[in-house]
Design a protein around this ligand. Structure first.
Ligand code: HEM
Ligand SMILES: *[C@@H]1O[C@H](CO)[C@@H](O)[C@H](O)[C@H]1NC(C)=O
Ligand SMILES: *[C@@H]1O[C@H](CO)[C@@H](O)[C@H](O)[C@H]1NC(C)=O
Ligand SMILES: *[C@@H]1O[C@H](CO)[C@@H](O)[C@H](O)[C@H]1NC(C)=O
Ligand SMILES: CC(=O)N[C@H]1CO[C@H](CO)[C@@H](O)[C@@H]1O
Length: 335
């Protein structure tokens, strides 16, 4: 009796452990080493690697608060193309960062500065892929988004090809976007939370101009756009000019630099900037989640959880990949 109860207990524990393990390692590329919280503890003498990165991000944030938006977009693009392996950081003629949809990713210098700071203490230990995830977390926290606990232990990839960049276009439908996120192991709810990244940052006129003048070749603007927003955007994005202005993705002027649920309230008011932003609030697939987030108070927590999940997409761990010495170049460039 005793034995059978303890064996059923240990069976339960084994099942539980393998469930946890499967969740954590589900996105690894055949590697069996899961990401973990505090991976760098004790690996960089007595230094607290996350605090070192955090102080660099704080210093940069004091100079330019828009790094939060830039880093959020950087993590999205890194993780969505070839997994969270810092492949977006590699310089070169046909690397990911040269591909069209990646051109406006910024703040590479923030990652360089954080990498320099950790290399100075313990060279060759901290991956660029982890620095992206840590720095994004710090910038989100500094922007009012709440501080989430990141997992670390990623290693850097060595391959970065522009032709692998297959990011969703701003005109993607909600159902196609759900499919694109599902391919990365992210479900529809994760997707709705992650698009909340558009609570900060800007979009250029060229990426939504069709919605102002000639939506789907109708010769008319997007049918349900808030008329005052339409007027304002037309003034900011005139036709037949060569300048490509930028406008806030979160149209609440009091909140366009803050990571909060304001984006969802704006899209419910038909004040979305990109087509996908607006359709998130209209499509029956996503509307209930959007409405719940707009009314709720736990956006920060749930957004953090979604960012943590984004950070697990197709990671290299264990002996896979490498720890780059410079985030802009692989240790042994391919000839
Ligand atoms: C279907 C998915 C998505 C699409 C189609 C999309 C599209 C875009 C586009 C077109 C821009 C404007 C770029 C520019 O004008 O320079 C943008 C900006 C941005 N995106 Fe997304 N995005 C998506 C998902 C995400 C996710 C998941 C995140 C982060 C969690 C994110 C974070 C951002 C941020 C913060 C900006 C502003 C960047 C800045 O100000 O520098 N996006 N996105
Ligand atoms: C990129 O191309 C230019 C000209 O074609 C060449 O000079 C340069 O060495 C190339 N850079 C890399 C990193 O391959
Ligand atoms: C989506 O994933 C999240 C986090 O892994 C989970 O909590 C949620 O139940 C999932 N939602 C659906 C609809 O599967
Ligand atoms: C912009 O240019 C198009 C042709 O390229 C023309 O049909 C249109 O009238 C112009 N609009 C304005 C406002 O000048
Ligand atoms: C310079 C450059 O690469 N431009 C590309 C920008 O992205 C669009 C589509 O996303 C391409 O058509 C351009 O060639």
């Amino acid at each position: 009796m005793k034995i059978s109860s303890s064996s059923s207990n240990s069976t339960a524990i084994i099942i539980l452990l393998s469930l946890v393990f499967a969740t954590l390692s589900g996105q690894c590329r055949g590697g069996d080493v899961p990401l973990q919280v505090g991976f760098y503890k004790g690996k960089c003498w007595t230094a607290d690697v996350e605090a070192v990165v955090g102080s660099v991000v704080l210093a940069q944030f004091m100079k330019d608060r828009t790094i939060a938006a830039a880093l959020l977009r950087m993590q999205f693009h890194d993780c969505f193309v070839n997994g969270c392996d810092a492949s977006i950081l590699l310089d070169g003629n046909n690397t990911e960062k040269t591909a069209g949809p990646n051109l406006s990713v910024r703040s590479y210098e923030v990652i360089d500065a954080a990498k320099a700071a950790v290399e100075a203490i313990c060279p060759g230990v901290v991956s660029c892929a982890d620095i992206i995830v840590m720095a994004t977390r710090d910038a989100v926290a500094l922007s009012g988004g709440g501080r989430y606990i990141v997992q670390t232990g990623r290693r850097d990839g060595t391959i970065s090809l522009a032709k692998n960049v297959d990011l969703p276009a701003p005109s993607i439908s909600v159902s196609d976007s759900v499919k694109a996120f599902a391919k990365k192991g992210l479900n529809a709810t994760d997707m709705v939370y992650l698009l909340g990244g558009h609570t900060v940052g800007v979009a250029h006129c060229s990426l939504f101009q069709d919605r102002l003048y000639n939506f789907q070749k109708t010769g008319k603007p997007y049918p349900t756009m808030d008329p005052s927003l339409l007027t304002a955007l037309r003034a900011r994005c005139p036709q037949n000019t060569t300048v490509d202005n930028a406008v806030n993705l979160d149209q609440n002027p009091l909140s366009s630099m803050t990571v909060d649920n304001s984006y969802y309230r704006q899209i419910i008011l038909h004040r979305g900037i990109l087509q996908i932003d607006q359709e998130l609030a209209l499509d029956p697939l996503s509307e209930p989640t959007v409405t719940a987030i707009a009314k709720g108070f736990d956006f920060s927590t749930r957004f953090g959880q979604a960012m943590i999940k984004l950070g697990t997409v197709q990671v290299f761990t264990g002996k896979q990949g490498e720890i780059r010495r410079s985030c802009r170049a692989t240790n042994k460039p391919h000839k």
